[in-house]
Design a protein around this ligand. Structure first.
Ligand code: ADP
Length: 288
């Protein structure tokens, strides 16, 4: 009997050893794709949530706006193919993209935020994307390899909701420097944060903080903060996981209206200033 029959698999490769009982999976290798030669992205921040509809895209957009208002150059890589949120919030359309010699250039908003989204590539912007996950992740990876982003201080990635196959593959393809988690008071906060922490550990990326969206409503008459959904569990979960709470956003009809009108850049709510303490630092270039 050939004692070595389990060592080589016939293609000259070693078979991976079988995991032992109780074995803990090692950290996932990064399968990062090389960026386009026309991109110099300093820090990449992924914005994640447990499910759709909690305001992940709004928080991504507001984070980008905050960074832009500080004078940074900012990009948004929209990896959430479940809806046209990012282009809609910034009033961007397919004709805002341009292409030259196999290179794609992102759309640029009125305040100079650069953005790329699957919905900017669809003929009909309302059409849902019904591709299978390998096709989706392949296309999203091209946002990194085939798009010339230019000089970007902070790139915010609007991740697909959840911690499934698509977000995991997107994480593996992109050089993410930090993660922001968006939750709402109705969420199963500890479970969502726990899953995000496990994913972050696997990818060896730090969690920068938690944003609680739809945290309260402000009375327009007396300014009292009314917690419609009761006390959330963000503070205790954040403390248990030693993650800072970066921001708490109210339910604000003005925010929803600005998003719907494609005018989020005119929204003056300044809720994301806590980012100043948690974002990995980049040097602010003096713009001439
Ligand atoms: P997600 O990316 O998690 O699916 P979105 O950011 O697209 O969620 O938000 C879903 C809807 O809720 C949008 O219509 C958005 O305008 C609205 N929304 C999100 N956060 C708020 C908020 N704090 N106040 C009012 N409306 C909000």
């Amino acid at each position: 009997m050939n004692k070595n029959k389990n060592i080589k698999n016939g293609k000259g490769h070693m078979d991976p050893p079988k995991p032992k009982a109780g074995h803990v999976a090692p950290p996932q290798p990064k399968l990062e794709a090389d960026p386009n030669p026309g991109s110099r992205v300093n820090k990449m921040i992924a914005v994640v949530s447990g499910k759709g509809g909690v305001g992940k895209s709004s928080v991504t957009a507001l984070s980008a706006l905050w960074a832009r208002r500080q004078g940074y150059t900012v990009g948004i890589l929209d990896a959430d193919i479940t809806g046209p949120s990012i282009p809609r919030m910034f009033g961007l359309h397919p004709w805002d993209l341009s292409a030259r010699d196999n290179t794609l250039y992102p759309a640029t908003s009125v305040t100079g935020i650069h953005a790329m989204s699957m919905n900017l590539l669809m003929e009909n912007e309302e059409q849902p994307v019904i591709w299978r996950s390998p096709v989706i992740t392949g296309a999203l990876t091209q946002f990194w390899t085939d798009v010339a982003w230019g000089d970007i201080d902070y790139m915010f990635v609007d991740m697909p909701p959840g911690t499934g196959d698509v977000p995991l593959t997107v994480f593996q393809a992109l050089p993410v420097d930090g993660i922001l988690i968006v939750t709402t008071p109705q969420d199963l906060v500890s479970m969502i944060v726990g899953k995000a922490v496990a994913m972050a550990k696997m990818m060896n990326v730090p969690i920068l903080g938690i944003v609680e969206n739809m945290s309260y409503v402000k009375c327009p008459h007396c300014g009292e903060e009314i917690r419609l959904f009761g006390e959330g569990h963000v503070e205790e979960t954040a403390a248990a996981e030693e993650i800072p709470v970066v921001a708490r956003l109210p339910i604000d009809p003005m925010l929803a209206a600005s998003c719907d009108a494609g005018k989020i850049e005119y929204y003056d709510g300044d809720y994301m200033s806590g980012l100043a303490d948690v974002l990995p630092k980049v040097e602010l270039k003096v713009q001439e």
